[in-house]
Design a protein around this ligand. Sequence first.
Ligand code: 2RA
Length: 339
Amino acid sequence: DEKNVAILGATGAVGTQMLQCLAERDFPVGELRLLASARSAGKEVEWCGRQIELVEATPEAFEGMDIVLGAAGDDVAKQLLPEAVRRGATVVDNSHAFRLDEDVPLVIPEINAEDVSWNHGLIANPNCATIIGLVPTWPLHKLGHVSRMVVSTYQAASGAGAPGMAELEAEICAMGRGEKLPEPRAFADQLASNLIPQIGSEKFEGYTSEEMKMQNEGRKIMHEPGLRVNCTCVRVPVLRSHSESITLEFDEPVSLDDAREALASAPGVRLVDDLAAENARDRFPMPLYTSDQDLVWVGRVRRDISNPDEARGITFWCCGDQIRKGAATNAVQIAELLL
Ligand code: 2RA
């Protein structure tokens, strides 16, 4: 039966993608209410043949809603989403605001869908880099029990929100046309021919907030309080997909064949791992090919030759669309578990 659905933050990159995912996945939407800032209120959005007027996000705006998808920042989420729960809605929130709260499940459906069952009205969507890294880690964890992870991420500009994307796209195009770019150059400039090894603020012993999410969220999602993660998060001049280099150390031996077989059959994963393939697209995952689809592509699967116990280390490379599986699609997949 149909559900009345609201999206908080409907005009942002993630909110817009949530709308598209609801349509693509034929989610049984009754009333659809799109909540945005006062500035955007009144504008109209077309969705599945319906003309929907944007409504200002207020506590009253959640009246009558069954499911609320949160696509706003932490402050707005903290301020408004409890009001939605109070009015009887079940909330799936993409912000970081509630992810580590004890009474809030943090869910990647391919890993811990069952945690949705103990929600108290609010379910949190993990950070995009966490989702993209853990979807392929999980099948390997089940083989040999991961004790530690070393992760380097190469995160798309879209993670910084729609403005970053638009600027970067415009500046890369302008540079492509050889145009002289305006000074001072914006966010896009700092990135268009550079890498920025900082996402978020310094959080713990020189690690940033973004980097600590991989360990803190990974422990909760995988139910592994002892998991140890050394993560380096880097912003790169790519539009939509995050890429990650991941080395796993296991408690038990894991063979390369078993690892590849597990990845090839893992939900949410596409194995693309053949350095000898004729087309680059078939050799390994690249953001150019993983954007605007929902699977996490995995390749460069190999033994970790730096691990003294040769059977207990695996390294791989993965790419995924951070707006889709990294945020909107994962949130809608959680909402599907509520039907
Ligand atoms: C980023 N993970 O990539 C953060 C938020 N999307 O900036």
